[in-house]
Ligand binder design. Sequence first.
Ligand SMILES: [Zn+2]
Length: 327
Amino acid sequence: MREYSIGLDLGGTNLRAARFSPEDGLGEARTVATRVNMGPDAVMEDILELVGQVRAEAGPHQRLRGVCLAAPGPLELPVGRFHQPPNLAGWHGFAMRDVLQPRLDVPLYLENDANAAALAEYHLGAGREAKPRIFCMLTLGTGVGNGLVMEGRIFDGVRGLAGEAGHITVDPAGALCGCGNVGCLETLASATSVVVRAERLLTEGRAPRLRTLVENRGLSAALVSKAAEEGDADARELFAETGRALGMAMAAIVNILDPEMIAVAGGMSAAWPLFSPSMLEELRRRSYVFRLAEDATAFERPCRVLRAELGADAGLLGAGLLVFLER
Ligand SMILES: [Zn+2]
């Protein structure tokens, strides 16, 4: 009998579910709005409802192997307890496994969403051919997500809290971050941070090309990137600053882990030509390990930094895939 899994991606805005099998890949995703303010119990009902729908669609001739839910952190594993999650306000202390597992007749897997996305990228995206022994992914979106895959398995840390490179300090005098620290990578490399800094430029009467573009349109990271591509010097410098922040954080990652591959994902990764030159320059300048490790003539497995290949479905895909990798 053919087997499939159900992957779910719980975000602060949307809750998505899809079936997955190694043969057929990811099925069409079902999406509902996440009723964050209704509280976790209501959303757990929505999760069970979606599982029921996907299961009905698959029919009785295929066996459901398990369900995996990817959720934003900080998420304690394996119990799935939230610890002051910034994107799920009021959910502190709620443990998902206690509610969900008794109502499922198949194994339930819980994972941090950035880790699930990294797992998918490792197996099906940028890591597909090289199968890098130590793989790190940074996802530049609303925040900066981070996932680690070591020797083919997600590295969760002792409590499930590993992989928070988005909160490495890159500017001790920087802006306040949602985590309570100042100058985190997230305050300079998330799409949100691009918009915040661009607003400041506009208030100061700078970024003339951006000012023209933004008329009658909402300010977005994509628009700032367009202004930079069209030669706006202030917008270009904004992305160069993002690159330097990324390079600084990556230097810390490389110095500690000596990884084989670092992939950059998320909507912001589309601006790769704008931030990657300063990112790589900063990384080389600050990490002698990287300067050594990137030399392909010296090492069979040199360290590579590149763009991720999978898009917004990476988390969902990783959740579906994880069920087939666990024993
Ligand atoms: Zn932070």
